[in-house]
Design a protein around this ligand. Structure first.
Ligand code: ANZ
Ligand code: ZN
Length: 869
């Protein structure tokens, strides 16, 4: 038969699907719903094949669920606001809008090449007024519902570019573009009150049992609930004069209070600010700390430094003990009370600090078996605190207690004395959404000198971005636009100013999945549609979004519930985080990156530049990225191998959660497999032509054997796809392919009995249907050759005949002296001696036996084997 020509066939089937609107989804469809979504892309320019993996995975699920009789929602859109567009405006002098929409057009073309079963009628772009106008309505509703707050917070300020910088834009304390040392500034900003939901967001993680454990753990850590105590120290100056204001600290280790040797406040603490007014040294220290920016990581990494204020804190239980009070760079203003007591013996940070400033190190927790008078701390803090292994020492009334009991005791004493109280804290902060930039959703409020903050009335929405912004000077283009911000107050009519901040782009991506349910609705969403479609049954995306995007979306749905847009709280029932696609990197001798197509691998294994013939340095496979040029374009693949080959390779190469290395030989292998499937189907059609095959009366052993293989694969592939184990699904498809191939080879040119012909056709049809979600174009083509009228995309999933699944083998656990050591897979009808022999041969059993002689073997038929020594 002739070769399969993917280039021609793929374009043709894509046209057929489009023209027949096969993947358009109606809301009023009686079938059970299934919502599958991949995290929508940022339109950065072009996609490479590495971007394709999660879309292809989602597509397999979508096509599979369609075949299983679901009404599938599988939409696509664009996360289209953001800084890169504004950078392009500055660097390339194109308008962010133009840049963004051009990228969207390019990337849409590219995505279409992948043959995805997407309902493009639901497409949306977050930069489109159609979308962001609804987002503004949401904001106004959230504001009215008390979910939004305006408060000051510290930001990274670039004094040259006159702009707020995100933490990632602060590099070694300097602005990424200007190179100027960053300052910390207090700025009035808009916040979503996500912390109101901290406990709820934490508790509900338990219900997300179809999420990866690591993501749930990351969310838990991010929310960071801790139980501790908030209490106050009396403060004295160097002469023993009591100060009016006590110092309040937060601790989770109140048990270590007798090991306290200093107190420290944040450089932004009111006490530090006050003292700095008449202390130039302290002011300089505060400025030095400010240069660290607001990133917690940077603060964590920096050397721990302090400034001695000359004040002392009075120990709450030992009035004769005075602790020096420092301003320290590692104490954050945003957490707890912005002030701590330090216990160097049991906290590494405090220990480093104590060693640097010559402060005492007093152990108060020690292993139960240690001699309290001899227990000392060297360079490592002793952080063990759990259970019966440690107890309190050097701690007056706490001596001998466990850490847990000591915590209780100290907390109770503070509460009795009225100087402190138990307190739950969360690491989670309110979500600051103000961005001083142009290319984002304008925050729909107006500042009036008389009325204060006034929400833009619904009738005046949307607040559109002005097109005629300029990007040639520092600062926020909306702020220095000549007219845009000048409006009359909607309340009193006086001259007022628009808010010029735009929203964090994470806001845009926190509800797009809800908008997809009724993408053209005049309101924010159609509540019935949202309640029907959500939660997303399967969400697929990168683990880099495991915390912020997912948490914000969870908050958003709760906020939308509060404002009446939905009855639901959790947006994503199932979550999958896929691995990345990697590729080798290539560099010339002078360090220039080369694209894969610019190099050539010679027969002797050396790699050279196609242009110069000079050797090229081949680097380890790394995540595909434009900057290192180790990318492959979908166009190039489609041209040479067809997209089905790329899809097959992406799915078959590794488990989907793991990284997968893209290689030319890998795609080539996938291409060969596609040709092989094609030949196989063509051969079977010759033996068992479409019309002529009715189910035979009698099915002989050869046909029966093939049918078992076929149905077992069908069963396994269904389960594998349900669990997103695509590589295993493909391995099971191979089992049928191999069985058919060997039967065809055996037959040679001979005749085939009708029952076997029939079973071969069933096998071929099953192969085609099972591989349909993975290689949909090839499968449609084969489906047609097999004589079907309709589209495979509309055909139901084949049905398993359970009788064919009854295993010929069983699995028996094998114990040695009652302890499970291995398991045995053996023929269901194997006799006693065969089982005994096989059990003794197992690696796990042999390891457990060592050289001990076997006394007895007990076989409980169909149940268990126990070896006694
Ligand atoms: C005394 C102490 C002794 C502490 C000890 C730890 C170990 P989590 O569990 O994350 O809530 N802390 C409190 N507020 C802080 C701030 N604003 N900036 C930096 N550190 C702060 O952490 C609570 C612990 O972090 C608190 O318990 C406090 O140090 C520190 F052996 O108090 B601890
Ligand atoms: Zn007013």
């Amino acid at each position: 038969s002739e070769r399969y020509n993917p280039r021609e066939a793929e374009a043709r089937w894509q046209r057929v699907w489009d023209e027949n609107r096969v993947f358009e989804t109606a809301n009023d469809d009686p079938r059970p719903k299934y919502y599958v979504l991949e995290m929508f892309p940022y339109p950065s320019g072009k996609i490479h094949i590495g971007h394709g993996r999660n879309y292809v995975m989602g597509d397999v699920v979508a096509r599979y669920k369609r075949a299983r009789g679901h009404n599938v929602l599988h939409p696509m859109g664009w996360d289209a606001f953001g800084l890169p567009a504004e950078n392009a405006a500055i660097e390339k002098k194109v308008h962010p809008k133009e840049w963004t929409y051009e990228n969207i057009a390019t990337m849409k073309e590219q995505l279409k090449l992948l043959g995805l079963s997407i309902d493009w009628t639901r497409e949306l772009a977050t930069c489109d007024p159609e979308y962001y106008s609804r987002q503004q309505k949401l904001f106004v509703d959230f504001l009215a519902a008390g979910l939004v707050e305006r408060k000051t917070s510290l930001v990274n300020w670039d004094p040259v570019d006159q702009t707020v910088l995100a933490n990632e834009q602060v590099i070694d304390g300097c602005g990424w573009r200007s190179g100027a040392p960053v300052e910390k500034r207090e700025l009035s900003q808009w916040f979503f009150r996500i912390t109101d939901y901290a406990q709820d967001l934490l508790d509900a993680i338990d219900t997300l049992d179809d999420w990866p454990d690591k993501v749930r753990l990351m969310q838990q850590r991010w929310i960071g609930r801790s139980e501790g105590v908030r209490f106050s120290f009396e403060i004295e100056d160097g002469d023993g004069a009591r100060q009016a204001e006590p110092l309040t600290v937060y601790t989770t280790r109140q048990d270590t209070i007798f090991g306290a040797s200093f107190c420290a406040v944040s450089p932004d603490h009111p006490l530090a600010k006050r003292l700095a007014q008449d202390d130039a040294g302290l002011e300089a220290f505060r400025r030095e700390c400010a240069a660290l920016g607001t990133s917690e990581e940077a603060i964590e990494r920096a050397e721990k430094k302090g400034y001695d204020t000359g004040l002392f804190a009075v120990h709450p239980f030992r009035p004769d003990v005075r602790l020096p009070v420092y301003v320290a760079n590692f104490v954050l203003m945003g957490y707890g009370e912005g002030a701590i007591f330090g216990c160097p013996a049991h906290d590494q940070r405090d220990l480093d600090f104590a060693r640097k400033y010559g402060l005492p190190v007093i152990p108060v927790v020690a292993p139960v078996d240690a001699d309290p008078s001899a227990f000392e701390i060297a360079d490592e803090a002793f952080v063990e605190k759990d259970g019966q292994a440690v107890r309190m020492i050097n701690s007056a009334f706490l001596d001998g207690m466990s850490v847990a009991d000591a915590k209780e005791e100290v907390a109770s004493r503070f509460e009795a004395a009225g100087t402190g109280a138990r307190k739950v804290n969360f690491r989670l902060r309110d979500w600051g959404i103000s961005r001083q930039r142009y290319w984002g959703c304008p925050i729909p409020v107006i500042h009036c000198d008389t009325c204060g903050i006034v929400a833009v009335p619904e009738a005046n929405l949307p607040v559109l971005l002005p097109d005629d912004a300029t990007f040639d000077r520092p600062g926020n283009p909306l702020d220095h636009h000549p007219t845009w911000k000048h409006v009359d107050c909607p309340k009193c009519g006086a001259a007022a100013r628009r808010e010029t901040d735009t929203m964090d782009t994470f806001v845009d991506s926190s509800w797009y999945f809800a908008r997809f349910c009724s993408p053209r609705d005049r309101d924010v969403v159609d509540r019935a549609a949202v309640d029907d479609w959500l939660p997303v049954d399967q969400y697929i995306g990168g683990v880099e979004h495991a915390v912020l995007h997912l948490l914000y979306s969870r908050f958003f749905l709760r906020a939308m519930k509060k404002t009446g847009y939905t009855g639901l709280e959790e947006p994503f029932r199932g979550l999958f985080t896929q691995g990345m696609i990697t590729h080798e990197t290539y560099r010339t001798e002078n360090g220039q990156w080369l694209f894969p197509e610019e190099v050539e691998r010679r027969d002797d294994g050396t790699v050279v530049s196609r242009e110069t013939g000079r050797p090229v340095v081949v680097g380890q496979p790394e995540k595909m990225s434009k900057s290192k040029k180790n990318v492959v374009s979908p166009e190039a693949i489609v041209e040479t191998y067809g997209v089905d080959a790329a899809r097959w390779f992406m799915l078959s190469d590794t488990p989907p959660e793991r990284d997968s290395e893209w290689t030319e030989s890998g795609v080539e292998g996938a291409w060969r497999l596609i040709q092989r499937l094609w030949r196989l189907v063509s051969q079977v059609v010759e033996i068992a032509p479409p019309a002529a095959t009715a189910r035979p009366e009698r099915i002989g052993p050869a046909a029966e054997g093939l049918r078992r293989t076929t149905h077992r694969a069908l069963d396994a592939v269904s389960r594998d796809i349900e669990q997103l184990r695509f590589n295993r699904a493909i391995a099971h498809i191979y089992e049928v392919v191999n069985a058919v191939t060997s039967l065809l080879n055996e037959k040679g040119n001979g005749e085939v009995a009708p029952d076997l012909a029939w079973a071969l056709r069933e096998a071929a049809e099953t192969i085609v249907r099972l591989s349909g979600p993975m290689v949909p174009h090839l499968a449609e083509e084969c489906w047609k050759v097999l004589g079907h009228e309709g589209l495979l995309a509309d055909a139901p999933w084949p049905v398993v005949e359970p009788a064919l699944l009854v295993e010929a083998t069983i699995t028996l656990p094998v114990q040695v002296n009652g302890k499970r050591r291995d398991e045995l897979v053996i023929a269901r009808d194997a006799d006693q001696s065969a089982i005994e022999e096989a059990a003794l041969g197992l690696a796990g059993v042999q390891r457990a036996l060592g050289d001990k002689p076997v006394r007895k073997i007990i076989v409980v038929p169909q149940r268990i084997v126990n070896v006694v020594v």
